[in-house]
Design a protein around this ligand. Structure first.
Ligand code: SAM
Ligand code: SF4
Length: 305
């Protein structure tokens, strides 16, 4: 029996409980295991430094994983800061120890998002590498030399399910097609997902409405032409205007744990008051998933393969 066939009864049951009984159970957990990072990207709202930086211990992560699993979640994304930097030296544990732990607890799937400034060694089911433009733009956003280092580590990695996430900003949007080509033509990369910059603090990188429309249209046409773009056509239409699906948002499908241990049962963007300017590709996709949109369901199944 295929892995997905084994998981399907759980997903069906989750859907029935949430749709028919009105329960609000997460399916995916995003755990910020550290807010330390080896970069200081211009668009990033996460990284803290000095005394404000926190990192979870192995036992703390275990507690948050168990809590999330008991709440209903079966997919976990290890986030940061830079998750590949995470260590618990007392326990002798690294990121792969957390991935193993999540599997032991019963999570169906594990994901890591990385800046790839170190070799990609995560054994998660899926790896997202952040590439925010071709060399000049990526380096502008993330720092000199970061593009070539990330590409070298992608070239050297042996992970079978490596993907790219691009955060589109007012500065780098002209590189979108170039990044799509890079992903299409790279033998080790499977697909590209993109989000628009979300203005938690700085408004300087906010993507104007007309550029959002242009990028989603370009992405739609590239996808139609066979480029491996993960965002669904229906999701990209909604991404044009985050207000367009305000009454259908299902951002509770992911629960979040901040690196200081704070648990939030919905996207933290809600508390920051940025929903009407949300750019996360996942936002529309979750709302489509909850409406059982066939394209979204299919995309969800494919990304696991
Ligand atoms: C916070 S980073 C953590 C993982 C890793 N350090 C990395 O850069 O991939 C995860 C993703 O969030 C994106 N991100 C950070 N700040 C953002 C913002 N304000 N709006 C949209 N995406 C953002 C990053 O570009 C990255 O792809
Ligand atoms: S590498 Fe990731 S966590 Fe670090 S500053 Fe950049 S976006 Fe933020």
């Amino acid at each position: 029996m295929s892995v997905l066939l084994k998981e399907m009864p759980y997903y069906a049951c989750w859907f029935a409980r949430c749709k028919l009984l009105g329960q609000r159970r997460p399916l995916q957990s995003v755990i910020f295991i550290t807010d330390r990072c080896n970069l200081k990207c211009k668009h990033c709202n996460v990284v803290m430094e000095g005394p404000y930086a926190s990192t979870m211990t192995y036992d703390e992560v275990r507690g948050h994983l168990q809590f999330s699993y008991d709440a209903g979640s079966r997919i976990v994304d290890f986030e940061g800061g830079e998750p590949q930097l995470w260590r618990d030296r007392v326990k002798g544990a690294d990121l792969n120890s957390l991935i193993d732990l999540a599997r032991e607890i019963g999570f169906f799937s594990t994901t890591v998002t990385t800046n790839a400034q170190q070799p990609i060694t995560a054994r998660s089911d899926l790896v997202w590498v952040s590439i925010d433009g071709l060399e000049a733009e990526h380096d502008y956003q993330r720092g000199p030399g970061t593009f070539s280092k990330a590409m070298r580590h992608i070239d050297e990695a042996t992970h079978p399910n490596m993907n790219v996430n691009m955060t589109v900003t007012a500065h780098n949007w002209r590189d979108f097609t170039g990044v799509a080509k890079l992903v299409r033509d790279h033998p080790k990369l499977k697909r590209l997902s993109f989000s628009f910059y979300v203005p938690y603090e700085d408004r300087g990188l906010v993507v104007p409405a007309e550029v959002r429309a242009e990028i989603t249209a370009t992405a739609g046409a590239l996808k139609q032409a066979g480029y491996p773009i993960m965002n669904s056509q229906a999701g990209m239409k909604l991404m044009r205007d985050p207000k367009s699906f305000a009454d259908k948002r299902a951002c509770w499908i992911s629960n979040f744990v901040r690196s200081d241990g704070t648990r939030v049962m919905h996207c933290p963007g809600q508390d920051a008051g940025v929903c009407d300017e949300c750019g996360f590709g996942m936002g529309p996709e979750m709302s489509l998933l909850f409406r059982l949109h066939p394209e979204m369901v299919l995309a969800g199944l494919k990304v696991r393969g």
